[in-house]
Design a protein around this ligand. Structure first.
Ligand SMILES: Nc1nc2c(c(=O)[nH]1)N[C@H]1C(S)=C(S)[C@@H](COP(=O)(O)O)O[C@H]1N2
Ligand SMILES: [Mo]
Length: 393
């Protein structure tokens, strides 16, 4: 496709914020300190985690950029940015979470494969763009379609970045057509992030945003959108980002037995302390984020200062002036919820958080029970060890 291209090496990467913790340099994978996450409901773009599988693509000429919408459709089209901008613009506040968030903690149970992440491979942004359901109407697919007349059932997003997992080919992923054509699923072709044009790291000029679903399906730097009969056969759908039980290891894995992971499960993380921390006073504020996939709200966040023997309920909020009610119209349904509790802690405290979503799903107690060889979806109770004392003791 003219206009945007994926380079084969890393000499033209964009500038990045110095406080990002770099987990891998090439491809660039980095996350902010956990304290930064907790200080703003909308994560600033420069602090938002960056998860890449190849060098960042380059737009040479935005006027010539087109995204092609093709495959099993009657009216394949090549759409310019001008055409996409002419469609009604939606702003959707949605949390993007990498399936590998909290992988480092899972690897302490037993080695896993993948980039190590602390608790900040997650961020909340207001994405601006056209609804995919409106774009698909331009090629003749009506709203709420499950199968096209020519048998299309999935929408594949294809990028231009060169990924070694794809043997130098582009990153790609798909979602079901009925999700793509459902306006209420809020799937976007986004050209803005927090009111600014997308930057290169986050997918300039155009990316998919699939709310409530693991970040891997929100493909950046879109080149084409294919309507296909079977789900995308690319590496990241078929040989990665699948959830396996703890019994499966590299010598007995059969990838075809599992579905690609889509929605993420309920998650919560304490951001007000490091994993091992020291405080001066027994009275502390425990705060962090909670989020669930599939558009489910957060019903409750429980906090413990004694390793989970007793619990107190934390308060929840999204915006200062609006009371948060899970699954209510007044809430951002795709976005995280902040929680906060004040407590007196014992001298050596294990502080724990666990969230419950509106379907009453709860986080698993122990990471070992959900250990999987790729180290994805570590949503176990988040535990931090906090000692009351002097930091130099
Ligand atoms: N083209 C392309 N899209 C991509 C990726 C990628 O490497 N290439 N990474 C995916 C993964 S695994 C995640 S978690 C999100 C990260 O988006 P961000 O870097 O904007 O935070 O982008 C997804 N989309
Ligand atoms: Mo990811």
């Amino acid at each position: 496709m003219p206009g945007v291209r994926g380079p084969s090496e890393y000499s033209q990467e964009p500038p990045r914020h110095p406080s990002l913790q770099i987990n891998a340099k090439e491809p660039f994978n980095a996350e902010p300190p956990r304290s930064a996450l907790n200080s703003s409901y909308i994560t600033p773009v420069d602090l938002f985690y960056k998860r890449n599988h190849g060098p960042i693509p380059i737009v040479d000429d935005i006027e010539r950029y087109r995204v092609s919408v093709c495959g099993l459709v009657e009216n394949p089209k090549e759409l310019s940015m001008a055409i996409i901008r002419k469609l009604p613009k939606y702003e959707v506040t949605a949390t993007l979470q990498c399936a590998g968030n909290r992988r480092t903690a899972m690897s302490k149970t037993k080695t896993v494969k993948g980039v190590g992440w602390d608790v900040s491979a997650i961020g909340n942004a207001t994405w601006g763009g056209a609804k995919l359901s409106d774009v698909l109407e331009l090629v003749g697919i009506p709203k709420l379609t499950s199968v096209t007349s020519s048998g299309g059932k999935h929408v594949e997003f294809v990028s231009v970045d060169m990924c070694k997992e794809e043997k130098g080919g582009p990153y790609k992923a798909s979602i079901p057509l009925n999700q793509a054509t459902n306006p209420e699923a809020d799937v976007l072709l986004a050209y803005e992030m927090n009111g600014e044009p997308l930057n290169r790291d986050h997918g300039y000029p155009l990316r998919g945003i699939v709310p409530g679903v693991i970040g891997a399906r929100s493909v950046k730097w879109l080149d084409s959108i294919n309507i296909i009969a079977e789900e995308c056969q690319g590496f990241f759908m078929q040989k990665d980002y699948k959830m396996f039980p703890p019994t499966v290891d590299w010598d007995n894995i059969n990838w075809s037995t599992r579905r690609p992971q889509m929605d993420f499960p309920v998650q919560s993380v304490i951001c007000s302390f490091e994993d091992v921390d020291v405080v001066k006073q027994r009275k502390v504020t425990i705060s962090g984020y909670a989020v669930s996939g599939g558009g489910r709200g957060i019903e409750r966040v429980d906090v413990s200062v004694d390793g989970g023997q007793t619990w107190i309920e934390a308060s929840r909020y999204q915006k200062a002036d609006v009371p948060y009610i899970g699954d209510d119209k007044s809430s951002d349904k795709w976005a995280w919820v902040f929680f906060r509790a004040e407590a007196e802690i014992p001298r050596n405290a294990e502080i724990v958080a666990k969230a419950v979503d509106t379907a009453a799903n709860v986080q698993p107690e122990n990471v070992k029970d959900i250990w999987n060889l790729r180290g994805i979806l570590n949503t176990s109770w988040h535990r931090v060890q906090v000692r009351v004392g002097h930091s130099n003791l």
